[in-house]
Design a protein around this ligand. Structure first.
Ligand SMILES: Cc1cc2nc3c(=O)[nH]c(=O)nc-3n(C[C@H](O)[C@H](O)[C@H](O)COP(=O)(O)OP(=O)(O)OC[C@H]3O[C@@H](n4cnc5c(N)ncnc54)[C@H](O)[C@@H]3O)c2cc1C
Length: 450
């Protein structure tokens, strides 16, 4: 194997420029880590001991009058040119191992979105991912493929075209009637081996999380869960951004040596693309179907969660009024209920409010709660911790009510009201009621209210 060394940037040496020093007090000499600058009695640098100089440029940075500079030998100048060429992606020299890796990666092409469905109904997150997938595919100049697996699910292929897919791979068989990890995993692994996609996106739902983890393990690639941002970097790799270290930083994760690059994204994180009915696309039918007797898990009966029918899903709400620790207690949420009632909104909460038992967990907005993207999000007595903001910052309009003008929530707010929520919220409710009454009597449009 031919070893090709990466060119190190030549460091050069420091050189004194005549007549520029203002004898500032030996800042250059004292900044030198190897004591290679000799000073004269006037407090000016006299010489630089080149044998010792390590080219760290600390003296140059310390000098406020540019009395020192870096200089390079001709050999170093040539190296510098080559180094700059390498940096700008010019004549890049790569070793055999890198060539093999690039050849392997080049076999993988195209962006796939797994179309999650349950009882014939597609999970909305799949359409959201087709929107994102479209942008990634356009940037990579490759095709966007919807992967539709189920029983009697062919109409979902047309729906996928309407949401932006160029083609759909369809696996339609009774064995796929209900989601089971083994059957769906075998199916996707078979498709990956056959078609080699470079990117696979799935919803960070119960089903998507289960399937993505299983597939990534079998095809031996990386998976980034719960991404909040996806982009293509300058080398054509998928840059997968997600909160890390308890949400305190946003990390961008790359999978640049393995394919496919796999990511899951929570519902409502990506924007829903506009549906354009009647779009054309190609359906690629694949008859791969594991034998029913080989699947260990059997679905005997499907029991619907009765409670879930009565539960409100805040992630789909168009207007949310959320309360935090500033609400002080459970009873005070009644003022948010009243405002929500007037606006046709649902009530959400920060984790502090949920942990205090003021609201159930299914109302929690944020990293360990729901991601929401309503038209209007009203945050009352919520400070705006990063873990809360990752769950609501993409709302169209954010109205923050907080008595602390320095509260971080104001950094993402479209409108900020600095004040006591126990005065502001009832005043808002009253005003909306008044405007509604006036509208009923035919004089004012409600949209002037908020
Ligand atoms: C791993 C991890 C995951 C997390 N996940 C989540 C999550 O999913 N969702 C989430 O919300 N948090 C989450 N958190 C917690 C998060 O870090 C914050 O602690 C939490 O969001 C704070 O909630 P808060 O804004 O309601 O309370 P506080 O930060 O205490 O803020 C209360 C605010 O109310 C204001 N206020 C008080 N009284 C009034 C008044 N009368 N009028 C107006 N304003 C008033 C105060 O000025 C203050 O800004 C998580 C933390 C970790 C470590």
């Amino acid at each position: 194997m031919s070893e090709i060394k990466k060119i190190e940037k030549p460091r050069g040496k420091a050189r004194i420029l005549d007549g520029k020093c203002v004898a500032c007090g030996e800042r250059c000499a004292s900044s030198c880590p190897v004591d290679c600058i000799e000073m004269n009695d006037a407090g000016e640098p006299m010489s630089v001991e080149l044998e010792k100089c390590i080219g760290c440029a600390k003296c140059i940075k310390a000098c406020s009058v540019d009395a020192l500079e870096m200089f390079y030998t001709q050999e170093e100048l040539d190296l510098l040119k080559q180094w700059e060429g390498q940096q700008s992606g010019g004549e890049e020299e790569i070793d055999e191992e890198e060539v093999k890796l690039r050849e392997k990666l080049a076999q993988y092409q195209g962006v796939w979105v797994f179309i999650e469905q349950y009882d014939g109904e597609v999970a909305k997150v799949s359409w959201e991912l087709l929107g994102t997938g479209r942008q990634l595919a356009d940037q990579r100049k490759v095709e966007l493929t919807a992967v539709v697996i189920g029983h009697q699910v062919e109409p979902m292929c047309q729906e996928s075209f309407d949401y932006g897919a160029d083609q759909a791979i369809l696996l339609d068989a009774p064995v796929y009637n209900h989601y089971r990890t083994q059957a769906f995993n075998d199916a996707i692994v078979h498709l990956v081996d056959k078609h080699k996609p470079e990117i696979i996106l799935m919803g960070a739902t119960g089903q998507g999380r289960d399937l993505a983890g299983a597939v990534a393990t079998v095809v031996k690639t990386g998976l980034t869960a719960d991404c909040t941002g996806l982009a293509i970097d300058e080398r054509g790799n998928l840059a997968q951004t997600r909160p890390a270290f308890g949400g305190n930083i946003m990390a961008t994760i790359m999978c640049d040596r393995y394919r496919p690059q796999m990511a899951t994204v929570r519902p409502h994180v990506m924007t829903m693309p506009e549906r354009q009915n009647g779009q054309n696309g190609v359906i690629i039918r694949d008859d791969f179907a594991p034998k029913e007797e080989d699947i260990l898990v059997k679905v005997l009966e499907v029991l619907r969660d009765k409670d879930s029918r009565d539960k409100i899903d805040i992630s789909g709400a168009e207007i949310i009024v959320s309360g935090g620790r500033g609400m002080m207690n459970k009873e005070n949420f009644s003022i948010l209920n009243e405002l929500a009632e007037e606006l046709g909104a649902v009530v959400g909460a920060s984790r502090s409010a949920v942990d205090s038992g003021w609201k159930p967990h299914d109302r929690q907005v944020g990293q360990t709660g729901k991601t929401v993207r309503p038209q209007i999000y009203i945050a009352c007595g919520i400070s705006g911790a990063i873990q809360h903001m990752v769950g609501m910052q993409d709302s169209d309009i954010i109205i923050a009510i907080n008595r602390d003008p320095e509260a971080p929530i104001f950094q993402v707010a479209t409108y900020g009201i600095v004040g006591d929520l126990f005065q502001v919220v009832p005043a808002l409710t009253r005003r909306i009621r008044e405007l509604k009454e006036q509208r009923h009597s035919g004089s004012v449009a409600l949209d002037t209210a908020v």
